[in-house]
Design a protein around this ligand. Structure first.
Ligand code: UN1
Length: 494
């Protein structure tokens, strides 16, 4: 432990590194080398972080939103300057290939720039009154202290999504990054600190969900929690937050389909399926985990897909020629291999299905990209695996494809490949998902549009775009009566 960087908690603008604190380390999933060590925060640490956020709130709320925006613009610039270095930290700590590590950071830069501009909007509404000489409008106000609890799969992008939206809205933040990517979370916090976010406005407490997460959820001073992660944890976050009547924003799982129709451009679809299913080793909420293929092109497409996978490289994620890196952790590897075993018993393995061994593979958590041919209804075709495992399902028609696509508990992203414009627009209507792509895979959301899903993917919220502002603000309704007399709504009806 001596050789790795020792990161502290960030509370009230100070990095705290109590020598006696319990600590944990993050590990490079490609090599199992330790990267950095972190404080395993306690309930008392959370209490101090929330107190710091409460104390910083009035001044931050009173800071004009365009001024808050200029601080976020500084953060965007600093993050862009550090993109190469932090992109490598993403790859080393989480395992996604370097082009995607850089993309993770870029998504934060984009979002900070976008949210900086929101500082000059934060629009309310003006609405006519039913009475004379009365003016009605709404303004957006911050909620107070909000908590951002983020996952390991987009370890810099998602903290930026949540924190930039929270901060431009005038909230103060307690941030708990995923434990396995705490260095990425730390890098983001350092950017905000260097950009001039005042002490106490952003606080980071590292540590476990069971200790730090629960202390955050139980604190009545935290008015909102924004959580991205698995559906089971999301459900626990929701239930636990009910005690303090927090607003809960949840982004949970997906079982995202590509519908491949018989008239599709198969070459285009091939690139899309490979990127959608095996990008980030399939560890995106938006990953393509189901390929629903029209029977007329099924054999041809599957043959081409398997042939392409034969030339797909798995290996060192820092190497620019690598197609897919390791999965993110030993836990991930174990869970995915269990699903692969299940798949062998209930479906036909068409490609991969193994842990890779020998050479660099023995140092990390490397799995082969895996394809199962299956009928709709098997567990691998319906449950979120969160790994490089694609279920391929044959259908006889567009209507059957939609029925299969919709018959899962999730509804985050979806896609159709077709050249028929009518069918493309019908899919936009028919697919039960928060996002539908036409002739593009299920991944690749842009920050200026709302992001989120239906059914068990969440509880109705959206992040990114202006939707994020709605999530992180309260609406205040203002009535200004300039008639100089008492006017009674609903009673003075003449
Ligand atoms: C996630 O998988 O949790 O659309 C977020 C995408 C990325 C964001 C994914 N821009 O795949």
């Amino acid at each position: 432990m001596a050789s790795v960087e020792r990161v502290g908690l960030f509370i009230g603008g100070r990095w705290e590194n109590p020598p006696a604190a319990r600590r944990f380390e993050t590990v490079n999933p490609a090599t199992r080398e330790p990267l950095a060590s972190f404080v395993a925060g306690t309930a008392a640490d959370v209490d101090r972080a929330v107190t710091a956020a409460v104390q910083a709130f009035p001044a931050w709320k009173a800071t004009p939103a365009p001024k808050r925006g200029s601080i976020l613009l500084n953060a965007a610039r600093i993050l862009a300057e550090r993109k190469e270095r932090i992109g490598r930290v993403v790859t080393r700590e989480m395992g996604k290939v370097i082009s995607e590590g850089l993309g993770d950071v870029q998504e934060g830069v984009d979002f900070l720039q976008y949210m900086a501009g929101e500082g000059r909007r934060l629009f309310g509404e003006t609405v006519p009154s039913e009475l004379r000489h009365k003016f009605c409008l709404t303004v957006r106000q911050p909620k107070g202290v909000v908590a951002c609890i983020t996952p390991w799969n987009f370890p810099t992008a998602i903290p930026n999504w949540k924190m930039a939206a929270a901060l431009i809205s005038g909230n103060t933040v307690v941030f708990k990054p995923a434990s396995s990517t705490a260095l990425c979370g730390t890098e983001v916090v350092r950017v905000y600190e260097d950009a001039g976010v005042p002490p106490g406005v952003l606080n980071m407490v590292t540590g476990s969900g069971g200790v730090v997460g629960e202390a955050i959820l139980d604190d009545p001073r935290v008015r909102m929690v924004s959580f991205t992660g698995g559906v089971e944890t999301g459900r626990q976050v929701y239930v636990r937050s009910a005690q303090t009547l927090k607003k809960v924003h949840l982004e949970l799982g997906g079982k995202n389909p590509i519908l491949l129709m018989e008239d599709a451009d198969l070459g285009l679809a091939l690139d899309g399926v490979l990127f959608g299913a095996f990008g980030t080793s399939g560890q995106r909420c938006t990953a393509t985990s189901r390929l629903i293929v029209h029977e007329k092109v099924y054999d041809e497409f599957l043959g081409r897909l398997v042939e392409r996978l034969g030339r797909f490289t798995v290996g060192d994620p820092l190497d620019l020629s690598t197609g897919m890196g390791p999965v993110a952790s030993a836990d991930q590897e174990k869970k995915i291999l269990e699903y692969i075993d299940l798949g062998r018993s209930e479906a036909t393995l068409r490609y991969g299905g193994t842990k890779l061994t020998g050479g660099v593979y023995d140092r990390g958590y490397f799995l082969a990209p895996t394809i199962f041919e299956t009928r709709h209804g098997t567990r691998i075709s319906k449950e979120e695996i969160f790994g490089p495992v694609l279920s391929v399902i044959k259908v006889g028609s567009y209507d059957e494809a939609v029925r299969v696509a919709n018959d899962v508990e999730y509804g985050l992203s979806s896609s159709i490949y077709t050249r028929d414009v009518n069918r493309a627009f019908r899919a936009v209507d028919d697919l039960e998902a928060g996002i539908t792509y036409v002739n593009a895979p299920t991944i690749g959301a842009e920050v200026q549009l709302p992001f989120g899903g239906v059914k068990n993917t969440g509880n109705g919220g959206r992040e990114a775009g202006t939707a994020a502002i709605e999530e992180f603000t309260e609406v205040k309704t203002v009535y200004v009566d300039f008639s100089a007399k008492l006017q009674k709504a609903q009673i003075d009806t003449e």
